[in-house]
Design a protein around this ligand. Structure first.
Ligand SMILES: NC(=O)c1ccc[n+]([C@@H]2O[C@H](COP(=O)([O-])OP(=O)(O)OC[C@H]3O[C@@H](n4cnc5c(N)ncnc54)[C@H](OP(=O)(O)O)[C@@H]3O)[C@@H](O)[C@H]2O)c1
Length: 351
Protein backbone atom coordinates (compact mmCIF):
# COMPACT_ATOMS: atom_id res chain seq x y z
CA UNK A 1 0.00 0.00 0.00
CA UNK A 2 1.09 3.57 -0.66
CA UNK A 3 1.59 5.68 2.47
CA UNK A 4 0.32 9.25 2.42
CA UNK A 5 1.60 12.16 4.50
CA UNK A 6 -0.43 15.33 4.95
CA UNK A 7 -0.72 18.43 7.11
CA UNK A 8 -3.89 19.16 9.04
CA UNK A 9 -4.87 21.83 11.56
CA UNK A 10 -3.90 21.32 15.21
CA UNK A 11 -6.79 20.93 17.68
CA UNK A 12 -7.84 23.83 19.88
CA UNK A 13 -8.09 27.57 19.32
CA UNK A 14 -6.09 28.95 16.43
CA UNK A 15 -3.82 32.01 16.74
CA UNK A 16 -4.47 35.21 14.78
CA UNK A 17 -1.44 34.62 12.61
CA UNK A 18 -0.30 31.03 11.98
CA UNK A 19 2.79 29.59 13.65
CA UNK A 20 4.58 26.44 12.49
CA UNK A 21 2.88 24.47 15.32
CA UNK A 22 -0.58 25.52 14.10
CA UNK A 23 -0.29 22.52 11.77
CA UNK A 24 0.22 18.80 12.47
CA UNK A 25 1.81 16.21 10.15
CA UNK A 26 -0.14 12.95 9.84
CA UNK A 27 0.52 9.73 7.96
CA UNK A 28 -1.89 7.01 6.85
CA UNK A 29 -2.57 4.79 3.85
CA UNK A 30 -3.41 6.60 0.63
CA UNK A 31 -7.15 6.44 -0.11
CA UNK A 32 -8.56 3.80 -2.45
CA UNK A 33 -10.31 4.90 -5.61
CA UNK A 34 -14.10 4.63 -5.76
CA UNK A 35 -16.38 4.79 -8.78
CA UNK A 36 -16.32 8.23 -10.39
CA UNK A 37 -13.03 9.12 -8.68
CA UNK A 38 -9.32 9.36 -9.47
CA UNK A 39 -6.31 9.11 -7.17
CA UNK A 40 -3.83 11.91 -7.78
CA UNK A 41 -0.29 12.57 -6.59
CA UNK A 42 0.34 16.20 -5.71
CA UNK A 43 3.25 17.87 -7.49
CA UNK A 44 2.85 21.58 -6.59
CA UNK A 45 1.02 23.03 -3.60
CA UNK A 46 0.05 26.69 -4.00
CA UNK A 47 0.43 28.82 -0.85
CA UNK A 48 -1.82 31.87 -0.96
CA UNK A 49 -2.80 34.52 1.60
CA UNK A 50 -6.55 33.67 1.40
CA UNK A 51 -5.84 30.16 2.73
CA UNK A 52 -5.41 31.61 6.21
CA UNK A 53 -9.14 32.50 6.11
CA UNK A 54 -9.96 28.92 5.25
CA UNK A 55 -7.78 27.55 8.02
CA UNK A 56 -8.94 30.06 10.64
CA UNK A 57 -12.57 29.35 9.81
CA UNK A 58 -11.87 25.58 9.76
CA UNK A 59 -13.66 25.50 6.40
CA UNK A 60 -12.37 22.07 5.37
CA UNK A 61 -13.84 18.98 7.10
CA UNK A 62 -12.19 18.28 10.50
CA UNK A 63 -9.00 16.23 10.20
CA UNK A 64 -8.77 16.76 6.42
CA UNK A 65 -5.58 18.06 4.79
CA UNK A 66 -5.30 21.86 4.94
CA UNK A 67 -6.91 23.32 1.84
CA UNK A 68 -4.78 24.49 -1.09
CA UNK A 69 -4.98 24.65 -4.83
CA UNK A 70 -2.64 22.09 -6.38
CA UNK A 71 -1.21 20.71 -9.58
CA UNK A 72 -1.27 16.92 -9.54
CA UNK A 73 -0.84 13.83 -11.69
CA UNK A 74 -3.45 11.10 -12.00
CA UNK A 75 -2.17 7.77 -10.63
CA UNK A 76 -5.33 5.70 -11.06
CA UNK A 77 -8.68 6.66 -12.54
CA UNK A 78 -12.21 5.29 -12.36
CA UNK A 79 -13.78 8.36 -13.89
CA UNK A 80 -14.48 9.32 -17.49
CA UNK A 81 -12.19 11.89 -19.02
CA UNK A 82 -9.16 11.25 -16.79
CA UNK A 83 -6.45 8.64 -17.32
CA UNK A 84 -3.34 7.68 -15.39
CA UNK A 85 -0.57 10.13 -16.29
CA UNK A 86 -2.85 13.11 -16.91
CA UNK A 87 -1.93 16.37 -15.21
CA UNK A 88 -4.71 18.20 -13.41
CA UNK A 89 -5.46 21.37 -11.53
CA UNK A 90 -7.26 20.35 -8.34
CA UNK A 91 -7.51 21.15 -4.65
CA UNK A 92 -5.66 18.30 -2.94
CA UNK A 93 -4.36 20.58 -0.20
CA UNK A 94 -1.24 20.02 1.87
CA UNK A 95 -0.97 16.32 1.08
CA UNK A 96 1.00 13.90 -1.05
CA UNK A 97 -2.01 11.99 -2.41
CA UNK A 98 -5.73 12.70 -2.63
CA UNK A 99 -8.84 11.65 -4.47
CA UNK A 100 -10.73 13.88 -6.86
CA UNK A 101 -14.18 13.36 -8.33
CA UNK A 102 -17.48 12.18 -6.88
CA UNK A 103 -18.05 12.77 -3.19
CA UNK A 104 -14.76 14.60 -2.60
CA UNK A 105 -15.04 17.94 -0.74
CA UNK A 106 -13.67 20.98 -2.50
CA UNK A 107 -14.42 24.71 -2.32
CA UNK A 108 -17.39 25.25 -4.64
CA UNK A 109 -15.88 27.43 -7.32
CA UNK A 110 -12.51 25.71 -7.68
CA UNK A 111 -13.47 23.33 -10.43
CA UNK A 112 -10.79 20.72 -11.17
CA UNK A 113 -9.61 20.54 -14.75
CA UNK A 114 -7.24 18.57 -16.93
CA UNK A 115 -4.14 20.52 -17.95
CA UNK A 116 -2.52 20.80 -21.35
CA UNK A 117 1.25 20.98 -20.64
CA UNK A 118 1.68 22.48 -24.14
CA UNK A 119 -0.03 25.67 -22.86
CA UNK A 120 2.76 26.50 -20.41
CA UNK A 121 4.49 25.17 -17.30
CA UNK A 122 2.08 23.08 -15.27
CA UNK A 123 2.95 25.03 -12.10
CA UNK A 124 1.44 28.09 -13.79
CA UNK A 125 -2.01 26.50 -13.49
CA UNK A 126 -2.14 27.72 -9.86
CA UNK A 127 -0.68 31.08 -10.84
CA UNK A 128 -0.48 33.18 -13.96
CA UNK A 129 -2.51 30.68 -16.02
CA UNK A 130 -4.99 30.09 -13.21
CA UNK A 131 -6.64 32.04 -10.41
CA UNK A 132 -3.85 34.62 -10.07
CA UNK A 133 -3.93 35.43 -13.77
CA UNK A 134 -7.70 35.70 -13.58
CA UNK A 135 -7.51 37.92 -10.50
CA UNK A 136 -5.06 40.30 -12.14
CA UNK A 137 -6.96 40.31 -15.46
CA UNK A 138 -10.35 40.87 -13.83
CA UNK A 139 -9.15 43.49 -11.35
CA UNK A 140 -6.99 45.42 -13.78
CA UNK A 141 -8.27 45.00 -17.34
CA UNK A 142 -11.97 44.35 -16.73
CA UNK A 143 -12.62 46.49 -13.63
CA UNK A 144 -10.08 49.34 -13.60
CA UNK A 145 -9.42 49.42 -17.35
CA UNK A 146 -6.34 51.68 -17.38
CA UNK A 147 -5.70 53.97 -20.33
CA UNK A 148 -2.45 55.04 -21.96
CA UNK A 149 -0.40 57.46 -19.82
CA UNK A 150 -2.61 57.04 -16.75
CA UNK A 151 -0.76 56.41 -13.49
CA UNK A 152 -1.46 52.95 -12.06
CA UNK A 153 -0.25 51.94 -8.59
CA UNK A 154 -0.07 48.33 -7.36
CA UNK A 155 0.74 47.16 -3.85
CA UNK A 156 2.44 43.80 -3.12
CA UNK A 157 3.83 44.48 -6.59
CA UNK A 158 6.35 41.62 -6.79
CA UNK A 159 3.86 39.01 -5.54
CA UNK A 160 1.78 36.50 -7.43
CA UNK A 161 -1.06 38.85 -8.39
CA UNK A 162 0.84 42.15 -8.31
CA UNK A 163 3.47 41.27 -10.88
CA UNK A 164 0.84 40.18 -13.42
CA UNK A 165 -1.51 43.12 -12.75
CA UNK A 166 1.32 45.60 -13.29
CA UNK A 167 2.42 44.04 -16.55
CA UNK A 168 -1.17 44.01 -17.83
CA UNK A 169 -1.33 47.75 -17.10
CA UNK A 170 2.00 48.26 -18.92
CA UNK A 171 0.53 46.45 -21.94
CA UNK A 172 -2.14 49.16 -21.95
CA UNK A 173 0.69 51.71 -21.97
CA UNK A 174 -0.08 53.08 -18.53
CA UNK A 175 2.63 54.47 -16.26
CA UNK A 176 2.98 51.80 -13.56
CA UNK A 177 4.28 52.32 -10.02
CA UNK A 178 4.76 49.39 -7.65
CA UNK A 179 4.83 49.29 -3.87
CA UNK A 180 6.86 46.42 -2.41
CA UNK A 181 8.99 45.53 0.61
CA UNK A 182 12.71 44.78 0.32
CA UNK A 183 15.03 46.59 -2.13
CA UNK A 184 15.54 43.39 -4.14
CA UNK A 185 11.79 43.21 -4.78
CA UNK A 186 11.63 46.86 -5.88
CA UNK A 187 14.60 46.25 -8.18
CA UNK A 188 12.92 43.20 -9.70
CA UNK A 189 9.75 45.18 -10.32
CA UNK A 190 11.50 48.01 -12.16
CA UNK A 191 14.37 46.15 -13.84
CA UNK A 192 12.77 42.81 -14.74
CA UNK A 193 9.11 43.72 -15.05
CA UNK A 194 9.74 47.19 -16.46
CA UNK A 195 7.47 49.08 -14.05
CA UNK A 196 8.24 52.79 -14.22
CA UNK A 197 8.98 53.13 -10.51
CA UNK A 198 8.70 51.23 -7.24
CA UNK A 199 8.71 52.46 -3.64
CA UNK A 200 9.18 50.48 -0.45
CA UNK A 201 6.50 50.35 2.24
CA UNK A 202 9.29 49.54 4.71
CA UNK A 203 10.57 53.12 4.42
CA UNK A 204 9.28 55.67 6.96
CA UNK A 205 9.08 58.15 4.07
CA UNK A 206 6.58 56.01 2.09
CA UNK A 207 3.96 58.81 1.70
CA UNK A 208 6.55 61.27 0.35
CA UNK A 209 8.27 58.62 -1.78
CA UNK A 210 4.96 57.61 -3.33
CA UNK A 211 3.97 61.23 -3.99
CA UNK A 212 7.33 61.79 -5.71
CA UNK A 213 6.86 58.64 -7.82
CA UNK A 214 3.35 59.80 -8.88
CA UNK A 215 3.80 63.47 -9.86
CA UNK A 216 0.58 63.41 -11.88
CA UNK A 217 -1.45 61.74 -9.10
CA UNK A 218 -2.99 58.24 -9.19
CA UNK A 219 -5.66 57.19 -11.69
CA UNK A 220 -5.86 53.49 -10.82
CA UNK A 221 -4.98 51.73 -7.57
CA UNK A 222 -4.87 47.92 -7.32
CA UNK A 223 -5.08 47.28 -3.59
CA UNK A 224 -3.54 44.10 -2.19
CA UNK A 225 -2.48 45.27 1.25
CA UNK A 226 -4.44 47.97 3.17
CA UNK A 227 -3.14 49.63 6.36
CA UNK A 228 -0.48 52.31 6.03
CA UNK A 229 0.00 51.55 2.34
CA UNK A 230 -3.61 52.55 1.64
CA UNK A 231 -3.17 55.66 3.80
CA UNK A 232 -0.20 56.71 1.65
CA UNK A 233 -2.17 56.20 -1.57
CA UNK A 234 -5.39 57.94 -0.49
CA UNK A 235 -4.41 61.65 -0.79
CA UNK A 236 -2.96 61.09 -4.26
CA UNK A 237 -6.13 59.94 -6.04
CA UNK A 238 -7.10 61.98 -9.10
CA UNK A 239 -10.59 62.97 -10.16
CA UNK A 240 -12.48 59.90 -11.52
CA UNK A 241 -9.81 57.52 -10.24
CA UNK A 242 -10.62 53.79 -9.97
CA UNK A 243 -9.66 51.49 -7.13
CA UNK A 244 -9.90 47.71 -7.20
CA UNK A 245 -9.82 46.18 -3.72
CA UNK A 246 -8.24 42.81 -4.40
CA UNK A 247 -6.99 41.97 -0.91
CA UNK A 248 -5.97 43.45 2.44
CA UNK A 249 -3.19 41.13 3.54
CA UNK A 250 -2.00 43.50 6.30
CA UNK A 251 -5.27 42.74 8.14
CA UNK A 252 -5.61 38.97 7.76
CA UNK A 253 -4.32 38.53 11.31
CA UNK A 254 -7.00 40.82 12.78
CA UNK A 255 -9.48 39.28 15.23
CA UNK A 256 -12.16 39.06 12.53
CA UNK A 257 -9.82 38.38 9.62
CA UNK A 258 -9.91 42.05 8.61
CA UNK A 259 -13.67 42.45 8.05
CA UNK A 260 -13.95 45.49 10.32
CA UNK A 261 -10.74 46.96 8.94
CA UNK A 262 -12.20 46.72 5.45
CA UNK A 263 -15.18 48.75 6.66
CA UNK A 264 -12.80 51.16 8.44
CA UNK A 265 -10.75 51.55 5.27
CA UNK A 266 -13.87 52.36 3.24
CA UNK A 267 -14.97 54.88 5.89
CA UNK A 268 -11.56 56.54 5.90
CA UNK A 269 -11.55 56.73 2.11
CA UNK A 270 -15.20 57.70 1.56
CA UNK A 271 -14.82 61.52 1.71
CA UNK A 272 -12.07 61.39 -0.91
CA UNK A 273 -13.86 58.73 -2.99
CA UNK A 274 -16.94 61.00 -3.07
CA UNK A 275 -15.15 64.31 -3.58
CA UNK A 276 -13.13 62.93 -6.48
CA UNK A 277 -15.96 61.00 -8.15
CA UNK A 278 -14.10 57.72 -7.80
CA UNK A 279 -15.20 54.19 -8.66
CA UNK A 280 -14.24 51.75 -5.90
CA UNK A 281 -14.95 48.05 -6.39
CA UNK A 282 -14.15 44.90 -4.43
CA UNK A 283 -12.89 41.99 -6.46
CA UNK A 284 -13.71 38.34 -6.03
CA UNK A 285 -11.93 36.36 -8.73
CA UNK A 286 -14.42 33.51 -8.35
CA UNK A 287 -17.15 35.82 -9.75
CA UNK A 288 -15.20 35.91 -13.03
CA UNK A 289 -14.28 32.21 -13.20
CA UNK A 290 -17.19 30.98 -15.29
CA UNK A 291 -17.37 33.95 -17.66
CA UNK A 292 -13.77 35.03 -18.14
CA UNK A 293 -11.27 32.25 -17.32
CA UNK A 294 -10.96 31.00 -20.90
CA UNK A 295 -10.79 34.54 -22.25
CA UNK A 296 -7.98 35.33 -19.76
CA UNK A 297 -6.10 32.19 -20.80
CA UNK A 298 -6.42 33.02 -24.50
CA UNK A 299 -4.98 36.49 -23.82
CA UNK A 300 -2.36 35.78 -21.17
CA UNK A 301 -0.91 32.35 -22.12
CA UNK A 302 0.59 33.53 -25.45
CA UNK A 303 2.04 36.62 -23.72
CA UNK A 304 3.73 34.43 -21.08
CA UNK A 305 5.00 32.02 -23.75
CA UNK A 306 6.44 34.94 -25.72
CA UNK A 307 8.13 36.42 -22.62
CA UNK A 308 5.96 39.54 -22.84
CA UNK A 309 4.57 38.78 -19.40
CA UNK A 310 7.28 37.64 -17.01
CA UNK A 311 6.29 35.57 -14.03
CA UNK A 312 8.47 34.83 -11.04
CA UNK A 313 7.77 31.80 -8.87
CA UNK A 314 9.28 31.06 -5.47
CA UNK A 315 9.26 27.26 -5.44
CA UNK A 316 10.31 25.56 -2.19
CA UNK A 317 10.96 21.84 -1.89
CA UNK A 318 9.29 19.18 0.27
CA UNK A 319 6.03 18.56 2.10
CA UNK A 320 7.78 19.00 5.47
CA UNK A 321 8.34 22.73 4.98
CA UNK A 322 4.81 23.73 3.94
CA UNK A 323 3.82 25.30 7.30
CA UNK A 324 7.03 27.32 7.65
CA UNK A 325 6.80 28.41 4.01
CA UNK A 326 3.18 29.48 4.55
CA UNK A 327 4.14 31.58 7.58
CA UNK A 328 7.03 33.12 5.61
CA UNK A 329 4.75 34.02 2.71
CA UNK A 330 2.35 35.86 5.03
CA UNK A 331 5.31 37.83 6.43
CA UNK A 332 6.56 38.85 2.98
CA UNK A 333 9.47 36.40 2.92
CA UNK A 334 8.41 35.02 -0.44
CA UNK A 335 9.83 36.48 -3.63
CA UNK A 336 7.28 35.83 -6.36
CA UNK A 337 4.40 33.39 -6.35
CA UNK A 338 4.94 30.92 -3.49
CA UNK A 339 4.66 27.18 -4.23
CA UNK A 340 5.94 24.06 -2.55
CA UNK A 341 6.90 21.13 -4.76
CA UNK A 342 6.14 17.84 -3.01
CA UNK A 343 6.92 15.29 -5.77
CA UNK A 344 8.87 15.27 -9.06
CA UNK A 345 7.51 17.19 -12.05
CA UNK A 346 7.69 14.79 -15.03
CA UNK A 347 7.14 17.66 -17.49
CA UNK A 348 10.57 18.94 -16.42
CA UNK A 349 12.14 15.49 -16.90
CA UNK A 350 12.13 14.82 -13.13
CA UNK A 351 11.45 11.25 -11.99
N1 LIG B 1 -9.89 39.11 -4.62
C1 LIG B 1 -9.48 37.91 -5.03
O1 LIG B 1 -10.24 37.13 -5.61
C2 LIG B 1 -8.05 37.53 -4.75
C3 LIG B 1 -7.45 36.44 -5.40
C4 LIG B 1 -6.10 36.17 -5.15
C5 LIG B 1 -5.38 36.97 -4.26
N2 LIG B 1 -6.02 37.99 -3.63
C6 LIG B 1 -5.32 38.89 -2.70
O2 LIG B 1 -4.27 39.51 -3.43
C7 LIG B 1 -3.23 39.86 -2.52
C8 LIG B 1 -1.90 39.34 -3.05
O3 LIG B 1 -1.96 37.93 -3.07
P1 LIG B 1 -0.78 37.07 -3.71
O4 LIG B 1 -1.26 35.68 -3.81
O5 LIG B 1 -0.29 37.76 -4.93
O6 LIG B 1 0.32 37.13 -2.54
P2 LIG B 1 1.83 37.63 -2.68
O7 LIG B 1 1.76 39.05 -3.09
O8 LIG B 1 2.58 36.69 -3.54
O9 LIG B 1 2.39 37.49 -1.19
C9 LIG B 1 1.96 38.36 -0.22
C10 LIG B 1 2.83 39.65 -0.20
O10 LIG B 1 2.13 40.65 0.51
C11 LIG B 1 3.06 41.57 1.02
N3 LIG B 1 2.70 41.87 2.42
C12 LIG B 1 2.45 41.00 3.40
N4 LIG B 1 2.15 41.65 4.54
C13 LIG B 1 2.24 42.97 4.26
C14 LIG B 1 2.04 44.15 5.00
N5 LIG B 1 1.68 44.12 6.30
N6 LIG B 1 2.20 45.35 4.39
C15 LIG B 1 2.56 45.41 3.09
N7 LIG B 1 2.75 44.31 2.32
C16 LIG B 1 2.60 43.11 2.89
C17 LIG B 1 4.44 40.91 0.96
O11 LIG B 1 5.16 41.53 -0.09
P3 LIG B 1 6.26 42.66 0.24
O12 LIG B 1 7.48 41.97 0.76
O13 LIG B 1 6.46 43.35 -1.04
O14 LIG B 1 5.63 43.52 1.30
C18 LIG B 1 4.11 39.48 0.55
O15 LIG B 1 5.14 38.92 -0.21
C19 LIG B 1 -3.61 39.29 -1.16
O16 LIG B 1 -4.23 40.30 -0.40
C20 LIG B 1 -4.62 38.22 -1.53
O17 LIG B 1 -5.50 37.93 -0.48
C21 LIG B 1 -7.33 38.28 -3.85
Amino acid sequence: MTRNRYWTLADGPLPRWPQADTFVLREEEAPTVGAGQALTRTIYVSLDPYQWYYHRERTAPAGAPCHARTVSQVIESRTDGLAAGDFVFNTNGWTEYALMGEGVWRPGYMVPRKLAPSLGRISHAVGVLGMLGLTAYAGMDLMASPKANETVVISAASGGVGQIAGQLAKLRRARVVGIAGRDAKCQFVTEELDFDACVSHLSPSLPADLAAACPAGIDVYFENVGGKVFEAVLPLFNQAARMTICGLIAHYGDEDGGVQRRAALMKLGQPIFNARGMTVKSLSASDFAAGHHDEMLAYVAPLVAAGKIKYREDIRQGLDIIPTSFVEMLRGNNFGKMLVQVSPDPTLGQT
